[in-house]
Design a protein around this ligand. Structure first.
Ligand code: NAG
Ligand code: NAG
Ligand code: NAG
Ligand code: NAG
Ligand code: NAG
Length: 333
């Protein structure tokens, strides 16, 4: 038996804790732990699994820290302002700092921690990103790559939203065009690289009245159990929803490093969820995926990767909390 606690943030005033047991495929809501308003993004410390960070996605946002003991969560240990509006993302860096990006005010902070990872220093400067003509910058994520932090900025035509780096490649999921692209990692400090391949992530079975806005990208590393690498991206239909809900699209990058390198769709897995903003892999081999919608009332669903990772099989659903937007897995035994 393998048991997990799965913490889940969302647009509310609590972090939900679910217990997932793989032996009997059960997923139960265990508790709702109080947080600041709209803890839409939660993320673990990179090495200390008992420390959790959460954003407060609000006008004048904040970053909060919590400690995890088993499957329980503390009240907020520390809270520091993000010095901007609507931080929709935070990432703990290997340096002990926590990057938080203010989606609506085009700025962010890289906040140091002090004597322990849940205590913040409030003296970090505000980083303001260059505004686009007639618009504000919309920094949507922060991803550490060595000594650099990459920040996708949404207002460009295609709307880069979330990114992943794997095997010398930068994969970008574009919200406004609902496309996935792959390119070489640009050289530091201000390099650029050309896009090698672009693929639409929108399913062929298009709902009339759909408005697509891609959200999350995950690339679990290959393992003995899943030797081939696949790219999992989430669709969000922000228009008229249908009963089949949004899909997770599974891609592979074929013939990497050759002139024939290209992204290829493997499968569209329909979830019944409404706008999958966040999803996260869990388990020793990243064999499980939990996803939730930011709208509707479909709750959260755990999938198992099957067919070597080329497909997802539903394990269990829980609708106790109608919407959730980000997840952190903790293995309990
Ligand atoms: C934060 O929560 C409040 C109350 O639920 C809501 O009115 C507001 O729109 C939320 N903010 C965002 C950015 O969703
Ligand atoms: C993780 O952080 C907690 C809270 O600061 C601390 O008590 C614990 O010793 C840390 N664990 C490790 C392995 O550093
Ligand atoms: C600013 O960017 C956002 C996100 O890309 C877009 O929805 C909005 O229409 C843009 N506003 C203007 C004035 O271009
Ligand atoms: C990189 O670009 C930023 C923003 O334009 C600029 O402030 C910085 O000086 C550049 N760094 C180098 C080393 O060129
Ligand atoms: C500290 C800081 O830069 N705050 C800015 C946050 O964003 C708002 C606009 O939404 C600016 O007015 C603040 O100056």
């Amino acid at each position: 038996m393998v048991a997990f606690a799965i913490f889940a943030g969302g647009y509310d005033v609590f972090i939900a804790a679910y217990l997932f047991n793989s032996a009997d495929s059960s997923l139960n809501l265990a508790a709702k732990y109080p947080s600041g308003l709209n803890c839409s993004w939660i993320t673990p410390h990179p090495t200390n699994k008992s420390v959790l960070y959460a954003t407060n996605e609000d006008t004048v946002g904040a970053l909060q820290s919590f400690t995890i003991t088993g499957s329980t969560l503390s009240t907020a240990v520390d809270t520091v302002p993000s010095d901007g509006d609507d931080p929709a993302f935070a990432a703990a860096l290997s340096t002990g700092e926590v990057a938080i990006m203010n989606y609506s005010s085009g700025n962010g902070r890289i906040i140091p921690t002090t004597t322990s990872p849940e205590l913040f220093s409030n003296d970090a400067p505000v980083i303001t990103f260059p505004p686009r003509p007639g618009n504000v910058s919309h920094p949507h994520m922060a991803l550490q790559h060595g000594t650099e932090v990459f920040v996708p900025d949404l207002p460009l035509a295609s709307g880069p939203r979330h990114i992943r780096i794997s095997d010398d490649r930068l994969y970008i999921l574009h919200e406004l065009s609902s496309t996935l692209t792959v390119q070489a990692i640009p050289a530091a400090p201000n390099g650029t690289s050309t896009i090698i391949s672009t693929a639409s992530i929108i399913p062929d079975e298009r709902a009339p009245g759909a408005l697509w806005a891609a959200a999350e990208i995950m690339i679990p590393p290959p393992s003995a159990r899943f030797p081939s690498q696949y790219i999992y991206v989430s669709n969000r239909n922000t228009g008229v929803q249908t009963p089949v809900g949004d899909s997770v699209a599974i891609f592979e990058n074929l013939d990497q490093g050759t002139p024939r390198e290209r992204l290829q769709l493997v499968k569209q897995v329909f979830t019944g969820l409404d706008q999958i903003r966040g999803m996260q892999f869990g388990g020793a081999d990243n064999e499980y995926l939990i996803a939730g919608g930011v709208a509707g009332d479909a709750g959260v669903v755990v999938y198992e990767r099957v067919d070597g990772g080329r497909d997802l099989a539903e394990v269990v659903r829980n609708t106790d909390v109608p919407t959730r937007t980000s997840f952190v897995w903790v293995q309990l035994n």
